[in-house]
Write a protein that binds this ligand. Structure first.
Ligand code: ADP
Ligand code: MG
Length: 568
């Protein structure tokens, strides 16, 4: 038997789990069941595509079994999915390979109370079992391989790994419950209700196995003879979930709660979603999509190694959850499912990219999602929340998605000189402006306050021209010049464009130019190459000077840098 140390971060995480004050401990069942379901998904796909597995698993059917034993203080969750070999165990539940766990640990503050709230936000999967376990054994055999392995840990610094025997492929998670958790979780009704709550629509059956003491009915004769009733122990094996993929159900049958609980099983998020979009399409292409927009932007959204949130199914068979092309990158915050009736079942992940059916589904999905966001925008309060999380993504979309540029522009909201607090849509900006203006003016910088006090705004204020305040410099600087126009109104940066119409008296200008010629030369001499040119302006009133921009080169450089960072 070999002892292994957990990586430092896992150690930290486990420490928090075992000492956690987290109130929602029951979610460990949801996490383990969803891992079992993922493992069955994977085997289900492989047996259709991998020649080596085809015969052995021809009549295989995925299922999850849960059993409990109050006397033994244990709970066991089994699946007959893909299983793990030694290397898988070390990589998946021994180190910190997953970006989710890593971000979670990075977000830890050291304050136990705050940190246990984080568990809820991140959904850290397998390790959540240590909220209730004093010891865990994971016994697993990978499909198509000979050897089985047992991983054990009490949730402190290390885990043991040793060969063992197991007949069939799959994973058994044997959980020794902490004393105080036995009466919580080794209880039939509790397990049933937790599974029903979170895992009712996992696509595979979940069975609960337990022993129950029953009293045998006495016959009338025996009763008369005064015999004592005998008790026996019977084994039970009951299915405790509906086992119908939720997205195949009709909308009218599903309640918000059903949708929300299903979202939690697929999203690593313990909050309800902000928006749920369930669509069935029939006709040339037949497919179902179920999309969710999380309340909070996924933590890995701006990491190059972000994870796709979309699972692809073909006729209810899971194909992949690792294809970042299923939706455009700017919609990478969307979670959910695409299930196609028309793709071949043995479609390889590699050829998905060029598939016409899929391209079609993608296109209409984008349109659908954008139109639902538009509906959401009618509710000001809700939409404010959406914008606070996803405005950056929308801005990327303007840049990336030429076909839908107009509809995305309609969804954008900007800070503006019109209102100190409320953001504005471009449409509203246009409606407020005089019809001759024909341009949308903006200023970009890092700090809203500085921008609002910029001397450059003076002449615009004087002329009653509204200016958009763009203070997300990193992205605004790239995206905004590339927008071009919104409904024929050109976007104009007030630091590079001429100030709006101000009466100019040619005579007076000439006179002034001559008067200040020496001063301008002196300033330029002083500043040397810090500036390109020093000149008189009519844009200012109470300020003595301001700096304006000239070239777009710097913007191009910033753009290249940002897209590289996002791994594009
Ligand atoms: P996630 O499910 O988000 O990947 P988890 O912490 O729940 O994160 O699980 C980590 C990894 O451990 C999984 O990605 C998977 O590779 C492996 N794993 C966990 N449970 C099982 C299981 N029952 N069968 C096969 N692999 C599993
Ligand atoms: Mg998981």
């Amino acid at each position: 038997m070999a002892k292994h140390q957990f990586q430092t971060e896992v150690g930290q995480l486990l420490h928090l789990m075992t000492h956690s004050l987290y109130s929602n401990k029951e979610i460990f069942i949801r996490e383990l069941v969803s891992n079992g379901s993922d493992a069955i998904d994977k085997l289900n796909y492989l047996r259709l595509t991998d020649e080596k597995l085809k015969d052995n698993f021809a009549s295989w059917k995925g299922e999850i079994n849960i059993s409990f034993d109050e006397k033994d203080k244990s709970l066991t969750i089994m699946d007959n999915g893909i299983g793990m070999n030694e290397e898988d165990m070390i990589n998946s539940i021994g180190t910190i390979a997953k970006s989710g766990t890593k971000s979670f640990v990075e977000a830890l503050t050291g304050d136990a109370k705050k940190d246990s709230n984080l568990i809820g936000q991140f959904g850290v999967g397998f390790y959540s079992v240590f909220m209730v376990a004093s010891k865990v054994d994971v016994i697993s055999k990978k499909a198509g391989e000979e050897k089985a392995y047992k991983w054990s840990s009490d949730g402190s610094g290390e885990f043991d790994l040793a060969p063992c025997t197991k007949e069939s492929a799959g994973t058994v998670i044997y959980i020794k419950l902490k004393d105080e958790e036995v009466s919580e979780f080794a209880i039939k009704y509790r397990i049933k209700s937790i599974v029903e709550k979170y895992s009712n629509h996992i696509a595979y059956p979940i069975f609960l196995n337990y022993e129950e003491e029953v009293t045998l009915e006495l016959s009338e004769e025996d009763k008369k003879a005064g015999k004592e009733a005998t008790k026996t122990v019977e084994k039970r094996h009951e299915q405790i979930n509906a086992a119908t993929a939720l997205w195949t159900q009709s909308k009218s049958k599903l309640k918000d709660e059903d949708y929300n609980n299903f979202y939690k099983t697929i999203s690593q998020d313990s909050n309800d979603p902000m928006l749920t979009i369930h669509t069935k399409t029939e006709g040339v292409n037949e497919y179902t999509t179920l999309f969710y927009i999380p309340q909070n932007a996924p933590f890995d959204m701006y990491r190059a190694d972000y994870q796709s949130g979309i699972k692809l199914y073909v006729k209810r068979v899971f194909i992949t959850d690792d294809d970042k092309e299923l939706l455009p990158t700017y919609l990478r915050f969307v979670r959910g499912i695409i299930d196609s009736e028309d793709l071949p079942l043995n479609v390889s992940r590699e050829i998905l990219q060029e598939n016409r059916i899929l391209a079609n589904i993608k296109q209409s999905s984008v349109k659908k999602i954008l139109s639902e966001i538009k509906k959401l925008s009618k509710d000001e309060e809700k939409y404010e929340k959406f914008i606070s999380q996803y405005i950056r993504a929308l801005k990327e979309g303007v840049y990336q998605d030429y076909t839908n540029k107009e509809s995305i522009l309609e969804l954008l909201r900007y800070k503006s000189t019109n209102d100190e607090v409320k953001m504005t849509s471009l449409e509203d900006y246009k409606n407020r402006a005089s019809s001759e203006q024909k341009a949308i003016y903006y200023i970009i910088g890092e700090n809203e306050k500085v921008l609002r006090n910029s001397p450059l705004l003076e002449s615009y204020k004087k002329n009653n021209i509204e200016v958009l305040i763009l203070d997300d410099k990193e992205i605004d600087e790239i995206i905004t010049p590339a927008i071009g126009a919104f409904k024929e109104w050109e976007f104009k940066d007030i630091t590079t464009s001429e100030a709006p119409k101000v009466e100019i008296n040619e005579e007076e200008k000439k006179e002034q130019d001559e008067k200040y010629q020496d001063l301008l030369v002196k300033i330029k001499e002083k500043l040397q190459n810090e500036v390109k040119e020093v000149k008189l302006t009519n844009r200012l009133d109470s300020f003595a000077s301001c700096i304006t921009k000239d070239s777009q080169d710097a913007q191009m450089a910033a753009m290249a840098h940002m897209f590289r960072q996002m791994g594009q």
